[in-house]
Design a protein around this ligand. Sequence first.
Ligand SMILES: [Zn+2]
Ligand SMILES: [Zn+2]
Length: 255
Amino acid sequence: MKFIVLGSGTSVPHARRSSSGFWVETETGSVLLDCSPSVIHRMAQEKLDWVNLDAIWISHFHLDHCGGLAPFLFGTKHAPQTQNRTKPLKIFGAKGLKNLLASFDGAYNYNLFKQPFPLEIVEVEPLEKFEILPGAVADALKTPHTDESLSIRVRDKNDKTIVFTADTGFEKAFRSFAKNVDLFVLECSFFKNKPVELHLELAEAMYLIRHAKPKRAVLTHFYPEWDAVDFKAEIEKFSPPCEVIEAYDGLSFII
Ligand SMILES: [Zn+2]
Ligand SMILES: [Zn+2]
């Protein structure tokens, strides 16, 4: 399994951090976790095979996580590279995803659902298992952020596991949901004294890592206040049980 950070930031424009998106490549296909407006061009910048992308996961309907969907489908509808594609593209997310896409589509005569290839929109329920890629099974955890927000856990054909919290407030269920996973990707919007309940700050993210004991953890979704923080020094104060990596756009490694 290969993991590539496309966007480590938020909806606030930032010179080095695009909004949310992560490319996960497995032996049996690739899935994009969140599709922010900037991500569709970030895939091309990283020379990723977006033409043959198999699946997209939408964690929730905030625009820094789903705002690239309609522009991407507008692109794939007309791009010369996708005209001969035959395999389906599957888009997964919470109940309401179909409505969301229909609203984008209805804003103008886009016909986004009519693609050169089959398009499948799949709405999932929390804790319902679904095949996100051939041989790769996923399930979702309800998170305290928006009504529909979900975290996802993916297990690929080779039993490598990844959990992506997406945006979330503090939720103890992550201690078991992310238990011993190979990669735990957590939002860590704020350094400390978070101004809202619906995101995590460093001490909370580190608590979840300490209890879930993943093999590796990545923190992401950084608001600009993080720019002034010495990430490594602050992480060390928590004596983490595993490597805890600061996401940056372009970070990539094999799980
Ligand atoms: Zn966000
Ligand atoms: Zn959000």
